[in-house]
Design a protein around this ligand. Structure first.
Ligand code: HEC
Ligand code: HEC
Length: 361
């Protein structure tokens, strides 16, 4: 019992990162971007509703910020980045004196409580693809899974969580939801085109590459042109939220990958920037020096840099089979066999208890 309670707290900390999702769910009646869901009700939510395009999901409540989702093609690549990259790239005490001190957001992985570098989410608060999917299932879709369940205890607002780890579960088999979805997401990975060398030089000279590492190594030792170091950086008060998430402070954010910029609806974590220039202007803190350099570029160089950035593509999605996430409920049938509305609705009823007591502020 004791150890279960310990786990309970850990998961609550991990899940704080996903708090916005709870309200995203609730948003089917109030806060969400209505047009996005107008053709379907909340029970019909699929991964593709939020991930077929990079779009902004409104948090809407009590300081829980909006979050832009990203195409899963990029997540599938991030999944393959080696742990050695994180250790090599981190410089938490700025020993090299470049005023940039990226740090690893260590998190505990759900099934075995192993410390792993956080790599997913704007706050790098989730360490493995399986954990991210478990979070998506329960927090975005109200589906219990082999890693996370709703607590059977009635939740009170002073308790840390209503979503708890399923515990060392006997039944965590390859047939379970998370383990069936993870290979599907992984299968989306495609190597992006190599960046143009001249533009890359300009990008590096402007200081952008200090955080947006052009290449990071995957577990096979291949260099992936991802344009992120996946580390947390202090981006200054302008980008700060009024809450912390996981180990990230209010103003710390994971460097965003710059692949497919022109396919995103709004840049930065909450989609506030309409153009690349606006996004860079919002960079403060550790990025201040590079922002200053960027704004001091001659017009010709600025245009060349912006052209270079626009050219950084993830592989076109038509090259990649994302049909499985595009069909509403495809994921649900994958998980539960034939579609079972009652099952999903019951989960949503449970959530009515779960979501408020856990996250009401
Ligand atoms: C209600 C909208 C919504 C749904 C539905 C949803 N997601 Fe997400 N997802 C998001 C948002 C928003 C983020 C960014 C969260 C953050 O960082 O705070 C995200 C993050 C992710 C990430 C990490 C992205 C990265 O590169 O760091 C993965 C992987 C992911 N989701 C997979 C899935 C899968 C698989 C499903 C279906 C089982 C799913 N999501 C369903 C909105 C959604
Ligand atoms: C100190 C590290 C750092 C430096 C230097 C830096 N960035 Fe960033 N960049 C980030 C982080 C962290 C984010 C995510 C911030 C957020 O969303 O709040 C980001 C986000 C972005 C985005 C938005 C991406 C998206 O998907 O919304 C763009 C565009 C961008 N940076 C371009 C640049 C350019 C161009 C430069 C050089 C002039 C640069 N950055 C320098 C850390 C950095």
């Amino acid at each position: 019992m004791k150890s279960k309670r310990g786990l309970h707290y850990c998961v609550a900390a991990l899940l704080a990162a996903e708090a916005a999702f709870v309200f995203a769910q609730q948003g089917h009646t109030e806060a969400l971007n209505q047009p996005m869901f107008s053709e379907r009700t909340g029970d019909h939510l699929s991964c593709a509703d939020c991930h077929a395009h990079a779009r902004v999901i409104r948090g809407g409540k009590a300081g829980l910020g909006n979050r832009r989702s990203d195409a899963l093609v990029v997540s599938a690549l991030i999944d393959t980045v080696s742990e050695a990259h994180f250790l090599a790239a981190a410089d938490p005490f700025d020993r090299d004196g470049d005023n940039i001190s990226g740090r690893v957001a260590w998190v505990l992985s759900l099934p075995d409580q192993r410390a792993v570098p956080g790599r997913f989410g704007w706050k790098a608060s989730v360490g493995t693809l399986e954990d991210q999917i478990a979070n998506a299932l329960i927090m975005d879709m109200g589906l219990e899974n082999e890693l996370l369940t709703f607590s059977t205890e009635a939740c009170e607002s002073d308790k840390p969580g209503c979503v708890v780890a399923a515990g060392p579960q006997a039944g965590a088999q390859a047939s379970d939801a998370v383990h069936r979805l993870a290979p599907e997401v992984r299968s989306l990975a495609r190597l992006p085109a190599l960046p143009d060398p001249e533009g890359l030089q300009l990008f590096t000279d402007t200081g952008c590459a200090a955080c947006h590492h052009p290449y990071v190594r995957n577990t096979e030792g291949e260099a992936l042109p991802l344009f992120t170091d996946l580390l947390l950086h202090d981006m200054g008060p302008g980008l700060a939220e009024d809450r912390t998430v996981g180990s990230a402070t209010r103003s710390e954010w994971r460097t965003a990958s710059l692949l497919g910029l022109n396919q995103k609806s709004g840049l930065l974590h909450d989609g506030r920037a309409a153009t690349v220039k606006q996004a860079v202007e919002a960079h403060g803190g550790e990025a201040q020096y590079s922002t200053t350099r960027f704004l001091a570029l001659s017009e010709t160089k600025m245009l060349a840099l912006l052209r270079f950035l626009r050219g950084l593509q993830k592989k076109e999605s038509r090259d990649v089979d994302i049909s499985w996430i595009q069909r509403p409920f495809r994921f649900a049938s994958l998980v539960h066999g034939p579609l079972d509305h009652d099952h999903v609705e019951r989960r949503h009823a449970d959530r009515a208890v779960a979501r408020c007591s856990r996250f009401c502020l």
